[in-house]
Design a protein around this ligand. Structure first.
Ligand code: NAD
Ligand code: TYD
Length: 340
């Protein structure tokens, strides 16, 4: 048996990754450390919670005593760090939790892992650390870091600490940077699940500005396969980019969602643009293809319809995660009530 500590395993990508890891590796045990913030939900692992290879600890990656005692109790072979504050708009409203979790939390994990001599540490990061592209070009692993939002700056801070630990202490860290994910269990504050949920409820879809900003979409299952490949086949000290080679402007994505849902374009509401809004992200993932024998598999049209079906079938899940704290955030962000 090998043991992998997954942090943030109750969030969107972390829960999809744990499901993949347990299915792909029958001799792997998973420890899931998650603080259960508004974005973390044990229900995301309901179908696998009875597995005797999965255990859960509720806690903060920035809690040094807790992290050290967890690693002392159970020897861990590898760590995959998903735990993060992940939403750009929230980082504009309040960057405090972003710096605490994404920077300081990463540092606490790195220190504890270094002391315990873990064999691998995968830092799950984002293409947003590279900043914004114009109409042409792609981010490669060599693109200089140029983060523009408090979210991406805090992720870049975590990445730079991983890089520094690799360089200074010969620490076996690997950084993965992925483009925008979509798929099941994504919290409905991000554009795709938010717009599906709103359209299903005949509520307006708030498109920032003219909706000309471009994102490169990848299905979460492809991202998770990439992280697993980096964990098992990646070289320590390296960075691997993952992307879906699927660029689409927000307004075209919005129209496509409405078409697939059979809802009218009159639901589109252009609202004030996001401050500092990055224009375009697009990833060159040839290094991951070459070195990790990885490639994205899910075609966007197929993945998007499956995702719509998932949200239709999980209306209860959406209603539960949208209750409480989220409705206050929605009102503050969009100046309108979530439930009317
Ligand atoms: P998410 O917001 O859905 O989940 C984050 C999880 O981390 C939640 O379960 C939350 O409870 C947990 N968490 C937050 N703070 C914590 C703390 N201090 N200690 C322990 N747990 C904590 O995020 P996601 O979309 O699943 O993203 C996961 C990772 O992937 C993040 O590091 C993010 O930066 C990165 N990423 C996301 C995308 C994307 O499109 N969603 C793309 C590239 C990279
Ligand atoms: P988001 O899902 O927040 O991901 P990120 O900012 O990390 O790329 O946003 C994706 C794109 O959708 C981004 O260009 C901002 C835009 N957007 C809207 O137009 N309206 C919204 O309500 C949200 C949440 C995002």
């Amino acid at each position: 048996m090998t043991t992998v500590l997954v942090t943030g395993g109750c969030g969107f990508i972390g829960s999809n990754f744990i499901r993949l890891l347990l299915a792909e590796e029958p001799a792997t045990r998973v420890l899931n450390l998650d603080a259960l913030t508004y974005a973390g939900n044990l229900e995301n692992l309901a179908d696998i919670q009875t597995s005797d290879r999965l255990s859960f600890t509720r806690g903060d990656i920035g809690d040094r005593a807790l992290v050290e005692s967890l690693l002392a109790e159970t020897p861990v072979d590898a760590v995959v760090n998903f735990a993060a504050e992940s939403h750009v708009d929230r980082s504009i409203l309040d960057s405090d939790p972003f710096v605490r979790t994404n920077v300081v939390g990463t540092q606490v994990l790195l220190d504890a892992c270094r002391r315990r001599g873990v064999d691998r540490f995968v830092q799950v990061s984002t293409d947003e650390v590279y900043g914004s592209l114009g109409e042409t070009g792609l981010f490669t692993e060599e693109t200089p870091l140029s983060p523009n939002s408090p979210y991406s700056a805090s992720k870049a801070g975590g990445d730079l600490l991983v890089r520094a630990y690799c360089h200074t202490f010969d620490f076996p860290g690997i950084i993965t940077r992925c483009s925008n994910n979509y798929g099941p269990y994504q919290f409905p504050e991000k554009i795709i699940p938010l717009f599906i949920a709103n359209a299903l409820a005949d509520k307006s879809l708030p498109v920032y500005g003219q909706g000309r900003n471009v994102r490169d979409w990848i299905h979460v299952s492809d991202h998770c396969r990439g992280i697993l490949a980096a964990l098992r086949r990646g070289r320590p000290g390296e960075i691997y980019n993952f992307g879906g080679r699927c660029e689409i402007a927000n307004i075209d994505l919005t129209r496509e969602l409405l078409r697939l849902l059979g809802k009218p374009e009159s639901l589109i509401r252009h609202v004030a643009d996001r401050p500092g809004h990055d224009m375009r992200y697009a990833i060159d993932c040839t290094k991951a293809e070459r070195e990790l024998s990885w490639a994205p598999r899910v075609a966007f049209a197929e993945g998007l319809s499956q995702t719509i079906d998932w949200y239709r079938e999980h209306a209860d899940w959406v209603a539960r995660v949208q209750s409480g704290e989220y409705s206050k955030y929605y009102e503050r962000q969009y100046g309108t009530r979530l439930k009317s």
